[in-house]
Ligand binder design. Structure first.
Ligand code: NAD
Length: 253
């Protein structure tokens, strides 16, 4: 089966070394046209340009704050005019924070939830009806091993709670959209080498974390991108409501 003539929308795919950017590439290599929404407009456009050059598919990158409904509306209106309908949505935009619970403020808590949960809601709420109407859709959430094992990697309680919220979101939405041909799954990466920690996880702390990973290394963005692209295939239509671990065995349950 072919994904030709379908768009995969990846949020937060601007980040050069990020999971979203790598996923946009693997989806494009599989034949999807690509839409990228990122807070950083320049990186979103640069990513789209790179994808067109490397894979010969259509790609559009736009600046968009997923926490802001008007910003999402504007971006989706532009996409609607320039690309085929969205067949796959990867809710990848996310932020983390290591702040200990006894120090976290309400503002920081809200910000973590705004991007990871409300941001995913803002985009999914607008994309899902069209998918259901067309009878096909693939939605993937970027959760985290932190949601399953109670932090212990980098993110604190706010991050772990927001990522756990995504798991409930995934499961309930899978139940609701299943009859319409739309699957909804989550991937839960362990420690992946990207810039999300802003360089705050290096040296001894990182070495100690890697020592606890059975496969003996941290993950690469490719490890995660391949899994997401697999879940977005047309042939993956009987997989829904699932959380896929991609953590090198750092959390086995
Ligand atoms: P990253 O920081 O490299 O990329 C995140 C991207 O999201 C950036 O391009 C950023 O500009 C964008 N973004 C942030 N806020 C946004 C907003 N309000 N609107 C639109 N875009 C916004 O991060 P990454 O490591 O590639 O992480 C991607 C996803 O995977 C995140 O949801 C993260 O929580 C999750 N994750 C990462 C790891 C890891 O170890 N790196 C582990 C588990 C889960």
């Amino acid at each position: 089966m072919s994904v030709h003539g379908k768009t995969a929308l990846v949020t937060g795919a601007g980040s050069t070394r990020g999971i979203g950017r790598a996923t946009a590439h693997t989806l494009a290599a599989a034949g999807w046209d690509i839409a990228i929404l990122d807070l950083d407009e320049a990186s979103a456009k640069e990513a789209a340009h790179e994808i067109v050059e490397r894979h010969g598919v259509q790609a559009v990158g736009l600046g968009c704050d997923v926490t802001d409904e008007a910003s999402v509306d504007n971006a989706l209106a532009v996409l609607g005019e320039s690309l085929p309908p969205v067949g796959a949505l990867v809710n990848n935009a996310g932020i983390t924070s290591p702040t200990p619970f006894v120090e976290v403020t309400g503002e920081e808590w809200d910000r973590i939830f705004a991007v990871n949960v409300r941001g995913a809601f803002n985009v999914t709420r607008r994309i899902a009806p069209g998918m259901a109407e067309r009878g096909f859709g693939r939605i993937v959430f970027l959760a985290s091993v932190s949601a399953e094992r109670g932090g212990g990697v980098f993110g604190g309680v706010a991050y772990s709670a927001a990522k756990a919220a995504q798991l409930g979101f995934t499961r309930a939405l899978a139940r609701e959209l299943g009859p319409d041909g739309v699957t909804v799954n989550a991937v839960a990466p362990g420690l992946i080498d990207t810039d999300i920690t802003g360089g705050a996880l290096e040296g001894e702390r990182k070495a100690a974390l890697v020592a606890g990973i059975p496969v003996g290394r941290n993950g690469t963005v490719h490890d995660v991108a391949d899994l997401i692209t697999y879940l977005c295939r047309e042939e993956s239509g009987y997989i829904t409501g699932v959380t896929y671990d991609v953590n090198g065995g750092s959390h086995i349950h």
